[in-house]
Design a protein around this ligand. Structure first.
Ligand SMILES: CC(C)(COP(=O)(O)OP(=O)(O)OC[C@H]1O[C@@H](n2cnc3c(N)ncnc32)[C@H](O)[C@@H]1OP(=O)(O)O)[C@@H](O)C(=O)NCCC(=O)NCCSC(=O)CC(=O)O
Length: 406
């Protein structure tokens, strides 16, 4: 490197010496991280739940397994789901008959498809969030992309950033294989980024496709049947920032506190692993009971940490609808009435369990309900998401001024 002339070095030096503590303080935002906009998107193919067993056994050519088909029908009937959206359809299965048999090698072909369609779906949801936000996409400073379909580098975050026209200095992070707690994790990370980087605007995009884990039924493998009854595809995007700009940005939900807890002795309860025939997964039979037994502790610890005495009945709820029974047992464990999880139940009914992205749909549904009724009486709420670990993500929310008095 050429030596810098003394005069130029003096000109580049800071006017006054400031401590790193002062630099740090100046970088920090004043207010709490706040949800400023939400967008969602789904693939075109919609399958009504009462037709799903016929669709699934037809495209996987498994009509010779009528008992498993009846089992899938029984679970679909009790699922609380009316329809789901997905990339898998007749055309995909005709082009890739190997997807029906998990013992055949198909991971390369699956990754080839999802590494394109999943970021594109995330771009559709993100574009809606950015349009609602009202500022240009180039004002996004950080991108967090969460998916269980991302097993490639450069990853979907890079494609997503270019599809949206984000600036080249946007700071990208990928979260992978967090399963159904991916949305909660991504929002927690967004909170840290927004509060620690004055002026930061973080785009959280979660997108999931069951295509990576879609294969035919097998005698003795009930995980496949339960997964086929519950999961759907979708993307949810959220813009998070602190200190909203008055005339432009609309504070929807303030994020007051965030925590993560791991349920003891639960390591094998929910698992996911990419294998040659697609993503393998296991959902243990006791998951609803395990979650119902842990949830109150997580909530009490979170509210205790900020010194707020909350009554569960007074809160609003954005809970990941992993399955109808999970919502039933959580309501029971917390002594809530049947309407408390209405937003979660509605999302489950209309879209199924879209893994990590589902909780963003629930937040959007809650927002829709608050806009419709002016958020009368609503103040504190809890966003909760669960997944492999077993991990429980908790974010304490407060209704923002943008939702009051609509
Ligand atoms: C599947 C249900 C809708 C079924 O409703 P009910 O429990 O009321 O009905 P039921 O007891 O008669 O059960 C109907 C049939 O489902 C079967 N069944 C229930 N749970 C099962 C499981 N985990 N694995 C395999 N089969 C299961 C029962 O054996 C029964 O089979 P038969 O009829 O043959 O006797 C419910 O159990 C539910 O919501 N379970 C929660 C599912 C879950 O754990 N989701 C988390 C996904 S993971 C997630 O969200 C995070 C992530 O992926 O990261």
């Amino acid at each position: 490197m050429a030596p810098v002339p003394a005069t130029a070095a003096a000109a580049a030096a800071p006017a006054a010496v400031v401590s790193t503590h002062e630099i740090r303080r100046a970088q920090r935002a004043d207010g709490p991280a706040t949800v400023l906009a939400i967008g969602t998107a789904n693939p075109e193919t919609c399958v009504p739940q009462d037709e799903y067993a016929d669709f699934y056994f037809r495209v996987t050519k498994s009509e010779h397994l009528p008992e498993l088909k009846n089992k899938l029908r029984r679970i679909c009937n009790k699922s609380g789901i009316e329809k789901r959206f997905m990339f898998v359809n007749d055309d995909v299965m005709e082009a890739h008959p190997e997807f029906a048999d998990r013992h055949l090698t198909s991971l390369d072909a699956r990754v080839e498809i999802v590494s394109k369609v999943v970021p594109e779906l995330a771009a559709a949801a993100s574009a809606k969030a950015i349009a609602e936000w009202g500022r240009p996409a180039t004002d996004i400073t950080h991108l967090i992309f969460s998916t269980y379909s991302g097993v490639k580098a450069p990853g979907g975050d890079r494609l997503l950033a270019s599809l949206l026209g984000l600036r080249p200095t946007v700071s990208r992070t990928v979260l992978s294989l967090h399963g159904c707690y991916g949305g909660g994790r991504a929002l927690q990370l967004a909170k840290e980024l927004a509060e620690n980087n004055r002026g930061a605007r973080v785009l959280v995009a979660c997108a999931e496709s069951t295509l990576i884990a879609f294969y035919g039924p097998e005698v003795g493998c009930n995980d496949t049947i339960i997964g086929q009854a519950l999961f759907g595809d979708g993307s949810g995007a959220v813009i998070v920032g602190a200190d909203p700009v008055g005339a432009v940005e609309r504070p929807l939900f303030e994020m007051a506190f965030a925590s993560q807890a791991t349920v003891p002795d639960s390591e094998g309860a929910i698992t996911m692993q990419h294998k040659k025939g697609g993503m393998d997964y296991h959902i243990g039979g006791g998951v609803p009971e395990m979650l119902a037994g842990s949830i109150e502790r997580c909530l009490a610890d979170a509210f205790g940490a900020i010194g707020v005495a909350a009554r569960w009945r007074d809160l609003f709820w954005a809970v990941h609808p992993g399955g109808r029974r999970i919502l039933d047992l959580i309501e029971e464990a917390l002594g809530l009435d049947n309407g408390a999880m209405a937003a979660s139940r509605q999302v489950l009914r209309e879209y199924g369990n879209m893994s990590g992205t589902t909780v963003i749909f629930v937040l959007n549904e809650l927002r829709r309900r608050f806009v419709a009724d002016g958020a009368e009486g609503a103040d504190w709420g809890a966003l909760m998401a669960f997944g492999p670990g077993v991990t429980v993500e908790t974010i304490l929310l407060r209704v923002g001024s943008g939702l009051k008095g609509n």
